[in-house]
Design a protein around this ligand. Sequence first.
Ligand code: HEM
Ligand code: HEM
Length: 226
Amino acid sequence: MASAGSGSGSRSEKVRVWDLPTRLFHWLLVGLFAFMWYSGGASDELMHWHMRAGYTLLALLIFRVLWGLWGSRHSRFVSFVAPPRRVWGYARAVLARRVTPASGHNPLGGWMVLVLLASLLTQTVTGLFSSDDISIDGPLNNTVSSSTAGWLTSVHHLNFDLLLILAGVHIAAVLAHRVLGEPLTLAMITGRKRAAAGDTDEPFAPLWRALLLALAAGAAVWLLVS
Ligand code: HEM
Ligand code: HEM
């Protein structure tokens, strides 16, 4: 919440920006991504956990897409996917070191979030069809021809390298904002961020809705892989 009694933000106040589901999504994603990196291509035992954790990650990503449609304001795609002209204007402000704090994701960051989500979804979906050609097959590997499975396995490998680059750029951008005086990581932990101009301390979407969407995402993955 903002300071007691205030309905709209001023530069010194903090307002609610990231709801609990979005924060949980992010930090679970970071943990699972690290585990996927560690377990990918490791022993058979670890590869079984690679796949189980992969199902969880896929459900998490589906949840985030649903939350992007029906979640709290700052978590919705419509609120952070900016038109090219605003992205260009923001990029020029960054180059001139005139960055103004954004309410949620900034115009450039919003597109980065979309690219990260698309690449993570590509990684999890191709994983379902991948095979090491020895003992480990994704659950949908036998639903496609072996040449298609081989191609999807190559995408699983190549896209992982892309993901590492994207994650590196993402973390570097978060650090750069810190250097420029906008601490973003704390906001992703507490949910509260220094108010940008005109920011209001709005209520978040109800948690039962997040729970319902998470259940739907989990059920979709379960139906897909069982
Ligand atoms: C420890 C390292 C990391 C830190 C400190 C960090 C920090 C952050 C912060 C501060 C934001 C919000 C940015 C904003 O205010 O616009 C964010 C968003 C995001 N980060 Fe990270 N991040 C880390 C690692 C990762 C990794 C490894 C991934 C994926 C491979 C990732 C994916 C995302 C995504 C998808 C969002 C958008 C969240 C949403 O709206 O749901 N992050 N991160
Ligand atoms: C973001 C999620 C994921 C990441 C970051 C990831 C990462 C990786 C990495 C780094 C490898 C090793 C590649 C190599 O040996 O060069 C790998 C292999 C593999 N992954 Fe994933 N993976 C993810 C999701 C999944 C999912 C959801 C499944 C299936 C349920 C899966 C199934 C496999 C299989 C079967 C292999 C073995 C392919 C081979 O050895 O050629 N992965 N993954």
